[in-house]
Design a protein around this ligand. Sequence first.
Ligand code: AKG
Length: 511
Amino acid sequence: MLSCRTSLYKTAKRKKNNKIKNKRKNRNVSKNQIPISEKQESSDPEEADTEEGFSLKTSAPSHSHGVQPLGNLYLTPSSHNSRNTGLGNLQTLTDELVLEILGLLGGTHLGVLATVSKSFYVFCDHEPLWKNLVLENLIDGFLYNGSWKYTYIAACNPSFDVSSIRSSGLRVRDFYSDYLFQSWLCANLEMKPEWLERDNIPRRKGISIEEFVLHFEEPNKPVLLEGCLDNWVALEKWDRDFLVKLCGDVKFSVGPVEMKLDDYFKYSDQAREERPLYLFDPKFAEKVPQLGLDYEVPVYFREDLFGVLGNERPDYRWIIIGPAGSGSSFHIDPNSTSAWNAVIKGSKKWVLFPPDVVPPGVHPSPDGTEVACPVSIIEWFMNFYGATKEWKKKPIECVCKAGEVIFVPNGWWHLVINLEDSIAITQNFASRMNLLNVLDFLNRPNASTLVSGTRDRVNLYEKFRNTIEASFPGTIDQLVLKAEEKKAQQKKISFWDSVTDSKVGAFKFSF
Ligand SMILES: O=C(O)CCC(=O)C(=O)O
């Protein structure tokens, strides 16, 4: 098992109802677990495979400062960690805490502090610190410049020639840090073939709407649907060149910032980081109406009762664009809605757990407003995926390719990682099958923090309920009645099951 970090990152996904706290667990690295140190010095990244069978991306650079995992310290005769000497009295702080404190500084102070010692130099050069500075300060967009640090410096000092200081970084001897090492490792790891092997989702082609409802929507089970995008213009036309020509200058939501599509693609060409920025925009069809016209909702998902709210409905559709390695870490979709996700270019690995199974490594807060999970998707695979092999309730998994659609039923946990540069459309909806769940969710006492995708979180319940009543009188009552009948039926069945079981037991004993 590789080392893990414990720093807390906070990101709030715009689509999701729950804030996601990313956590890296710290485990010690045993001697024979990370044999990377010498190989890491090699300029050929392909040599840098670990004994556990992890392989690095072919274009992976070695760690720019030569940081090694802590376990390697015990292999060195000198047993000296320059991380500690360079931090002085601060050496007792964990790496997470050092970085947390450095995160309070601006760019100029980080630059000055970097000159204090080699250790501070390595810490102050940590890319996520500079990424945060960019995302906090350059919210109207930026031009990525090869690294977050150079992006920030170039944006703040337009007349300064960043290329004059660009270097591959100062290599520091005997610097051991699991936290920093793992950040580099996760940015440069290839997905292992065994992480992609399990494919146990039901696949269907050409089924009727009734079959979809009976076998998947009503029992709330995921399914991968093939062949239902065949008439999408988007499937035929959308690729990077087409989109850049159509709307390269239009700004889309990318994390907390707005970026021109063209600038986003330029960033994603160069992005080599643990959690690449993901373009996830709920207003794409308002910004570029043509995008909304190039696809249609697959027949299975046409009943969307939130439609009664018109412009007042919560966000419900997104264009999603990201490079290989980008994706969505574990979450449940907002407002108890179900969703469909159609891949237009590229491919996505999906891992889904049913509502009653919390994925390993994921810790939701009791009120459901926050979720703590590993820093990155790749870290989840590295440290937690293996555990699911032993689980009785295995996750549902698949690789969803261009032209395919996945149905994500309400309440299911899911994680998605793009295996290639990908473009997708997703929509969330409330059909008759999940209307009561949605209404219950909107009516929860903490709706003001739980409901998402709208400014009117508290009033959404009343508004939605009343409008449904007006548009489809009696529907809610009918659904409530049906749900009660179903519950009673289930109770009856489980009563007779238990009686039968005890009879069998009695027979056995009577022999
Ligand atoms: O990254 C993706 O394509 C999946 C998005 C997702 O999980 C969602 O829309 O809920």
